[in-house]
Design a protein around this ligand. Structure first.
Ligand code: NI
Length: 180
């Protein structure tokens, strides 16, 4: 089932999301619908607050031919993207590390806007999968960026707040024009 993706200005996008204690059928159904919604919108990541549910649930699917990802380890073992995608998880904790890198980002909740955002190149993400298993993922490239972008959503932060001060003014007027 396709869900409605809320847009910039909606208060749920500003909320701090609560962690999930039990994965039940409701959570599994929601995750399935979020994935379907993300694919239909041509996205690579979607966080639950973007479908108006402020809980710590995220889905990510990075295509296996994404060549920006050169580091990918799960619990210390080398893995390929196709081994772990689509990746659906709850209650993430992130440790970004490495040098900063600027890259264009977009967001399904901030349609028609792209902007360059500087973030650390790598992350160590500890996440719980829907089967209850907790894994540690070390990665770089688009996957590291996606982890950081999606986890920001769980803290009520959007990528447009992470742009450089030089871009901020132009972006502000664009956001006003598009979202009122
Ligand atoms: Ni987003």
């Amino acid at each position: 089932m396709l869900l409605e993706i809320v847009q910039y200005g909606h208060p749920v996008l500003r909320q701090k999301c609560r962690s999930i204690e039990h994965v039940d059928d409701g959570i599994r159904d929601l995750a399935k619908n979020m994935l379907e919604t993300m694919y239909a919108a041509d996205g690579v990541g979607l966080a639950a607050p973007q479908v108006n549910i402020p809980i710590q649930l995220i889905c990510i699917d990075i295509p296996e031919d994404e060549d920006s990802v050169s580091l990918l380890k799960v619990d210390g073992e080398d893995r390929k993207l196709s081994d772990i995608m689509p990746l659906i998880f709850i209650n993430p904790s992130l440790e970004p590390y490495g040098e900063m890198e600027s890259c264009q980002e977009g967001c399904l909740s901030v349609r028609k806007i792209r902007a360059s955002v500087a973030r650390p190149k790598k992350v160590r993400a500890t996440v719980t999968l829907l089967d209850g298993k907790t894994v540690t993922i070390d990665c770089d490239g688009l996957l590291a960026r996606c982890f950081q972008h999606e986890c920001d959503h769980l803290n009520g932060v959007l990528f447009v707040e992470r742009v450089s001060s030089a871009q901020r003014l132009t972006l502000k007027s664009k956001l006003k024009r598009l979202f009122g």
